[in-house]
Design a protein around this ligand. Sequence first.
Ligand code: SF4
Length: 443
Amino acid sequence: MARKFLIETFGCQMNYHDGERITGLLESEGYEPTTDEAAAELIVMNTCSVREKAVGKVRSRIGEILDAARERGDKEPMVAVTGCVAQQEGQKLVADGAPIHVVVGTQAVKQLPRLLDEARVTQKPRVDVNPYEDVSFPLGMAHDSDPVRAWVTIIEGCNEFCSFCVVPYTRGHERMRPVRDILAEVQRAADSGHIEVQLLGQIVNHYEAPDEDCDFAELLHRVHEVAGIQRIRFASPHPRHVSQQLIGVIRDLPKVAKHLHLPVQSGSNRILTAMRRRYTREIYLEQIAALRESIPSIALSTDMIVGFPGETAEDFDLSMDLVRQSQYHAMYSFKYSPRPNTLAVKRMPDDVTEREKTRRIVAIQELQAQIQTAIYESMVGQIESVIVESKSRRSDSDLAGRTSGNTVVNFAGDATLVGQMALVRITAASPNSLRGELVTHVD
Ligand code: SF4
């Protein structure tokens, strides 16, 4: 009988995609996925270290699962920890005798089945956080948890070393996947019915193929040619690599979503320098102006950090001003908190009080809510092309999908439309989504 496993994934899209790969990998080794914790003989905690107290949270979640198994009178499942916490902590996770059988770093995922077997035989924890260079993953390993959108990694790791960010330490240096592997995976996604593809990388627009002359703009052209794919998204680009050529490709290729998530992190040049972002607010705002001039309908979104070490009231006002000028469709904002190994934690005292960080995040989120409401209200009456993703969470008779600009739209419709492109007239706006009515669907 197949061994059942349950995977719990935390964090970013890249981690969720890694979760799909781990699922495919384990399936190919004869394991069977389950969502029933009580039935699982193996629990995989696919972790994220971006959140505060990440290690403690992983340990306490493992404790909860094992306590529940004991209460049921079940045999305790094996536990494997993967993802960024595994990479960051390595041997430390098992040094105190914690009930963890396998720890696998972000570059060693393919070793998981072997390590599970070894841990079973030796009854000792197995740890592998080595920096394997190999970025190949056999086709078919990317188990697609979403029937509509397929995630396809094009770059692993990051070389930027922004001073607040743990990613270069947990995911290693930048490694590009060959074009042929990427296109094969996109083709496979299209063949299995996916109509949207999302290209993933820490700096997706830094792509340079290792196997032929192909940069990110050219890769978008190549992906655009794959029959069956109707929409292409990518996350996340870095402002340092937004070229006029890339703007032209987003404008000219109809399948490329008219949406750009362009993380800014701060509106103050002083703080941007301390963050090692290597652009200025002026350059960033020029890019936004160029994008809007070339593609007037483009929707922009961003990430913003408040309370970075040394951020004064004036620095924060510059962030507020940048948000006002940029008119984002969406913003993900965070209070700064120190992360292990980073330059900021080593050299920059976390000197903005928690109270002040809270005041700043509330202020910037209120500002964004006003901007977003005005943008969404201005869309009422427009007809948007929407990829229908699922039934709505709120109502059985409603469907939920996303516009090209990545805004959620709910509208009444039949579930057979899931996985299709539909034209939807926007009838009302709420703070985080739109309401619409079906005009027609596009086969
Ligand atoms: S670009 Fe900066 S913020 Fe983004 S993953 Fe790399 S180091 Fe982290």
